[in-house]
Design a protein around this ligand. Sequence first.
Ligand SMILES: [Zn+2]
Ligand SMILES: [Zn+2]
Length: 182
Amino acid sequence: MEPIFLWWIGEGPAQAGLLEHVRLHLAAAFQRPALPWDGPERPAGALDPRRGQHATSVILTWLLQAGPPAGKVLAVTDQDLFIPILTYVFGEAQLGGRAAVCSTARLAEGVALAGPRLLVERLAKEAVHEVGHAFGLRHCDTLGCVMGRSPGVAGVDQKSHQLCTTCRRRLEEPPARRPHVR
Ligand SMILES: [Zn+2]
Ligand SMILES: [Zn+2]
């Protein structure tokens, strides 16, 4: 069974506790090994100087070249991410592909008051969400399902870490190959 690799590609130092929490959630949600991946490389050309944000499309393409040769790879960054039509995104993935990325930048909203645990929980949910897309899962309307859309942090806080039974069943089906989804 091919593993899920977790790679910190942020500017700042990786927070080991944060990534370990994400790793455990990935392994539990997808019932397969989730392993740390590390390397000094960082995505080249992802920063859009006009927006001051990093383009997820560039990061996803780069991950396939620079990342592990097999399995899924989820990159986690502290840099703000965007796709051209939106102000920002928490993350993006290749639907039914190998690469996914998510960022702590916008998930940190309100964390100074609520405490760092909130960021850990939000990141774990968005990590499972993006890797779910990489396994071919689309957005889900089931209340509380981690594959629900979450346009803001309030939506992230409202949903659970779990895939609903429908999404878990869909994981068994062959994934549809489609381009990026957020
Ligand atoms: Zn669902
Ligand atoms: Zn999504």
